[in-house]
Design a protein around this ligand. Structure first.
Ligand SMILES: [Zn+2]
Ligand SMILES: [Zn+2]
Length: 599
């Protein structure tokens, strides 16, 4: 059949997702062809299909699927495979191609089993004017899960919430939230016993300048605390009936309660491990999981429909003995500061332990779920340094599937999309069961056209810089710059320049060129600083250079200011500059000097 314009839709719909799917098929066709066409499109709900399916017969294209959201996915998949689109980044669809499209008859895109039910993002910033673009991009890439801090969800209006809901994106309003359920402002005066006792004193959690509440928790064994949390959860869901889940996640950091009752749930002499950055604190999985289990049971009695999410990382990354992931429990496992030179399932002094933990979590599944909380942008203070993962993700998904992981959600930021967007796209495709051998060449071809091989070579070169640092690499700047030479960064600039020269008007290539130059400048400054030839003025210069590129999608600017301020502080104080000036973190960086180099 011939596709030559926007279609005539047969049938009529009232379901808002179906209405959106019809509007999108018309709009995408109109953008591609510029006028109305002579072909017909038909949508069909078929509960027997595992996913959407696209067929052509006569003059009619049929998109069928088990749910309206799958039909919407079918529209977007058809647009990518047959209309010349690539939904690479939010708000900027790539479209190549001219003239009518001749489609063969028969099944164009067969239905298939979807290997992962949870596919999404962790949003660590407030909703903003670009959030509708994000919802649009997520649906176009078949992502269905968005984890946000509760304080940010509070700021999303009804229209904003609907934009996600209609696109099949479930928002999980949670993240670190002890302080949301039991705010000190409301409870400390009347119930100081709700808060953790440290050195014999009930502490009052107050957000520090980073609002992270590092190291301040609740008295989690107190039955009053647990009952109050359940009560507040139920009231929260009554106020926000569109949500299907709640979360119980400690404040970021450590600092568990040391009262008599809480102390029974951990052994102060049993510290955590180096791979999970917890050798300086005792293991807290038993005390946390006892609370999770109790809250899940109490909540299940009144709201059996709700899922309770909880976090697994640092000193509570392993399941405690006897814990079962019952149908209303989902563990969000974060391989924090994992090695990015090795796959999660490869032999590695860090990742092997994380893989063991993930296996252990999967073995606890009794109807519940295990979701990986990833950092495909190298954690927040990696500052746009290379994490070339678009092939790794496909291989890791094969491993995750084999052990029963239910999904992945990654931290991300739109302002660094030109750097890490390729990872986000790869994740979306891998989670839907696409194969690396087909998906990666397709992505390169759509991004770089005839220069796909050079594009892939550019990424391979950046990856080789990371692997040249040592057998292992954890994504923070010091681990990269202290163990690599300057020359390969200069080579990266040359490769990016060559790519840009072949298509000087490409915004994406221009941004890759800026990215490469940034890597070179940062590495050169790092070397000069350690050689005693650079100080605060040079740090200021690099920061100003970064900030002069606010019109790009290379940098998350708000992360650079505190990070570079920490560097200046170290210089002023004559302190060894390793990372962010947190003593406990710097300690791990010193230990990593051996660990990452295979010693
Ligand atoms: Zn306590
Ligand atoms: Zn490693």
């Amino acid at each position: 059949m011939l596709i030559d314009g926007s279609p005539v839709l047969t049938g009529s719909f009232t379901d808002p997702t179906m209405v959106l799917a019809a509007e999108e098929l018309r709009a995408l066709s109109l953008r591609r062809f510029g006028s109305a066409g002579t072909w017909q499109a038909h949508f069909e709900i078929d509960g027997k299909l595992p996913s959407f399916e696209v067929r052509a017969a006569g003059n009619t294209l049929t998109i069928s699927g088990p749910t309206p959201v799958e039909i919407l996915y079918g529209v977007y998949d058809f647009a990518e495979k047959f209309l010349g689109y690539f939904f690479f980044e939010p708000g900027r669809d790539i479209l190549e191609g001219e003239g009518p499209v001749e489609l063969p008859s028969g099944c164009l895109i067969p239905a298939r089993e979807v290997p992962f039910t949870v596919r999404g993002f962790i949003q660590e910033y407030p909703f903003d004017d670009d959030s509708p673009q994000l919802a649009d991009w997520m649906a176009k890439n078949k992502l269905n899960f968005l984890n946000v801090w509760m304080k940010y969800y509070d700021g999303l209006d009804h229209k904003g919430r609907e934009a996600f809901r209609i696109r099949g994106i479930e928002i999980q309003s949670g993240h670190h939230n002890f302080d949301y359920w039991i705010p000190a402002k409301k409870y400390y005066k009347t119930h100081p016993e709700y808060f953790a006792e440290i050195n014999g004193v009930r502490i009052k959690p107050e957000a520090d300048e980073n609002a992270l509440l590092l190291g301040k928790q609740l008295c989690t064994t107190n039955p009053g605390v647990r009952a109050e949390i359940v009560k507040n959860m139920v009231a929260y869901i009554e106020r926000n009936p569109e949500l299907h889940s709640v979360a119980l996640h400690p404040n970021d950091g450590f600092g568990w309660c040391e009262c008599g009752e809480c102390s029974k749930f951990y052994d102060k002499s049993k510290k955590g491990d180096l791979y999970s950055l917890s050798t300086h604190v005792y293991i807290a999985n038993r005390i946390y999981h006892d609370m999770v289990r109790d809250v899940a049971a109490q909540l299940g009695k009144v709201r059996p429909d709700l899922t309770l999410y909880f976090g697994a990382y640092i000193n509570y990354c392993r399941p405690s003995p006897g814990l079962k992931l019952t149908p209303n429990l989902t563990a969000l496992f974060a391989p924090y500061w994992r090695c990015i030179n090795h796959r999660i399932d490869e032999e590695c002094p860090i990742n092997s332990h994380y893989a063991d933990d993930i296996r252990a979590w999967c073995e606890c599944k009794a109807g519940g779920k295990v979701v990986i909380y990833e950092y495909y942008m190298g954690v927040n203070f990696y500052l746009s340094l290379p994490q070339i993962f678009h092939r790794t993700i496909f291989k890791e998904c094969a491993f995750y599937r084999s052990i029963g992981v239910d999904g992945i959600a990654t931290q991300f930021h739109p302002p660094h999309w030109s750097v890490y967007g390729i990872n986000f796209v790869a994740m979306a495709k891998a989670l839907r069961g696409e194969k690396e051998e087909e998906a990666v060449p397709w992505m390169m071809q759509r991004l770089f056209g005839a220069d796909a091989a050079e594009g892939e070579a550019f990424y391979a070169h950046l990856r080789s810089i990371c692997t040249s640092a040592g057998p292992c690499h954890v994504p923070y700047p010091y681990a990269l710059f202290s163990r690599t030479e300057l020359a390969p960064y200069a080579q990266a600039v040359k490769l990016a320049e060559a790519l840009l020269a072949k298509s000087p008007r490409s915004r994406f290539r221009r941004e890759l060129r800026i990215w490469a130059e940034y890597l070179y400048r940062y590495k050169a400054l790092f070397d000069a600083y350690h050689a005693g030839c650079a100080g605060i003025p040079e740090v200021d210069q690099l920061l100003a250079w970064v900030h002069s590129h606010r019109d790009t999608r290379v940098f998350v600017h708000s992360r650079f200011d505190p990070y570079f301020e920490a560097w200046r502080t170290a210089i002023r104080q004559g302190k060894e500059y390793l990372h962010f000036n947190l003593d406990w973190e710097d300690d791990y960086i010193r230990q990593h000097r051996k660990l990452l180099n295979g010693k």
